[in-house]
Design a protein around this ligand. Sequence first.
Ligand code: PBG
Length: 325
Amino acid sequence: MTPSIRPRRLRSSAAWRRLARETTVTPAQLVLPMFVREGTSEPLPIGSMPGVVQHSLDSFRAELHRAATAGVGGVMLFGVPEQKDARGSGATDPQGILNVATRIAVAELGDALVVQTDLCLDEFTDHGHCGVLDAEGRVDNDASLERYREMALAQAEAGSALLGLSGMMDGQVAAVREALDAAGRTDTALLAYAAKYASAFYGPFREAVQSSLEGDRRTYQLDPGNRREGAREVALDLAEGADIVMVKPAMSYLDVLADAAASSPVPVWAYQVSGEYAMIEAAAAHGWIERERAIDESLIGILRAGADAVLTYWAIEAAERAVRA
Ligand code: PBG
């Protein structure tokens, strides 16, 4: 018997494979996360994320221009403040580093890139948690919502187009939407980190933002075993008015991502997190995998699972390669 059905026909040449490809990376689907550090005149390397730095304001400007030239869709900004306190005052201070960086990005490249900001207290709190603490030292959900509302107004005021709600407090999307609308900020969009899991893959990020966290975030981030609960969190954030929902991390949660992509009426994004970046860079540095192929395959996998866009530290490089391909 010889087979009459031969899928290999469409794989037989590079030209065929290019034509038959179902999923490709386009620059506009990539969002670059960036760390901006207060009080430094030089960019500072992040040891566990080779190629990623804590930016000075000058290196930040230069990188923004590189991102725009490469055609990436947007940038997600994180601040690394000099001072931290219990309520994360730097997050709501108009002169706080994240708000300063946002104004720079919007002024210089707000037409070319969608400027986005992390809306979470952990970079600004001395205890490192994503919210404020109650008298017993537990993360106080509703008191944290009050801080998020203030932070949202500060970020909208600075010009952020899209607020990344990454704190995993219950009701955060509704609370922030209400605060923005009451202030007339109806154009500011909300990216809900809807299904954000308590993940070991955030490890290098903690170095990147010099996190003060002791302990973990398991009372607010999702348990890695829970797929149904991920879907529930997505549904809740949609009901609260999220403009975009996100799954995070990406690679170990592609089932959760595919569920969201199948049901969501709004765009679904994924965050390829610091540990996913570090793993590929480290293996490649040892010569154990082909670096560029592994990066591209990791992004294709996330897009194929259903992401409409991906936050990735390789955004510029992957965008440049996608254009050449
Ligand atoms: C919280 C936040 C985190 C990341 C993005 N936003 C850290 C955390 O939840 O512990 C992780 C991103 C990454 O690992 O690349 N502000």
